[in-house]
Write a protein that binds this ligand. Sequence first.
Ligand code: NAP
Ligand code: F7E
Length: 348
Amino acid sequence: MDVAGLREAKLAKKALITGITGQDGAYLSQLLLENGYEVHGGVRRISHSETVRLVGLGIDQDITFHDFDLSEQNSIVRAIREGQYDEVYNLAAQSFVGSSWDQPLYTSDVNSMGTLRILDAIRTYSPHSRFYQASTSEMYGLVQEVPQREDTPLYPRSPYGVAKVFGHLMTRNYRESFGLHGSSGILFNHESPLRGEEFVTRKITMGLARIAHGSDRPIELGNMDAKRDWGYAKDYVRGMYLMLQQDEGDEYVLATGRTHTIREFATWAAAELGMTLAWEGEGQDEVARDTSSGKTIIKVNPAFYRPAEVDLLVGNASKARDKLGWEAEVSVEELARMMARSDYDAAT
Ligand code: NAP
Ligand code: F7E
């Protein structure tokens, strides 16, 4: 039976996605709709992005939206009790690590207690629902092992990371205590043209697009020595979906297994727009210039330094490969070029 037939015969699976207005929410919605799901999304009244990403993918009309806030117990209970979903994907979060030092209480409430509110609503009102928790490589923080695997000790370095550890362990606890089908995806950084503009990759590609269109204003960045394992968000939402199709809930790392500096990412993205970056100087004096125009493209602004850094992340996704058949398909260089091209085209 095709997707339309499934929906008409009311045989389609029903999923709730929290954080549906975000990057991953948009791509996961698209994937679930392609697989014949009835997709519901939790949206807060004060949404930053509203449905702009879903409109961009042309799928906003195919989704049922509900008022939903992770800090509001009633909205969660109502959604879970009335929805009786087959699958619940908890992607909502205060997801920007940098802001988590300025808003530690809010970040903790939303990212940790918000997760517990959903878990407990599922346990009480809809125990058949399968649950996905958006865990993160930020939980490894000051890394205790390289590369990081599911059983690598956790050492978060930000209020964001600490709060996500709570959600991660609570998901494990509800699985072990109450037999809930709960899975945590420990996802390493994943990006796309839909990435939030405050994250370093998108900040770079939007800045490069602006410069390629004639601006003389350099991009200002903080710590450029950090190394990240960057993949493509569309690959990663496929991994989330696969986790909930398994017989049992579990924990899985999703990563590419390669790590790169911010300089490398910027150099690839700039090349896509015809710029060749040469890096000069050190620390706060470091700059990147375009060798043909001589223009300064990137410079350091210490205002973007963080109180504590995560210097190196690189994941080992062999469990996801062996058990889910999952692998990252898009390389970081392709990703950097894709994002730069998308931002350049959008700015014309
Ligand atoms: P994102 O683009 O920042 O989206 C976050 C979503 O959470 C948005 O839809 C936002 O809604 C929603 N949200 C924020 N506060 C909320 C609240 N109090 N109640 C309900 N919804 C709320 O994040 P993403 O990159 O798609 O990431 C998805 C999830 O994966 C997040 O939990 C993130 O922490 C986690 N994660 C991301 C990465 C990554 O590299 N992208 C890696 C590991 C884990 P508004 O539109 O209202 O702002
Ligand atoms: O920073 C450095 C910054 O903000 C990456 C979230 O999706 O992935 C994301 O968190 C690195 C850091 O991502 C700037 O100090 C330098 O070392 O792009 P980011 P993140 O902090 O890794 C994880 C896995 C998540 O779970 C999170 O939700 O880049 N950096 N200069 C900068 N970062 C930003 N944002 N802006 C700068 O100007």
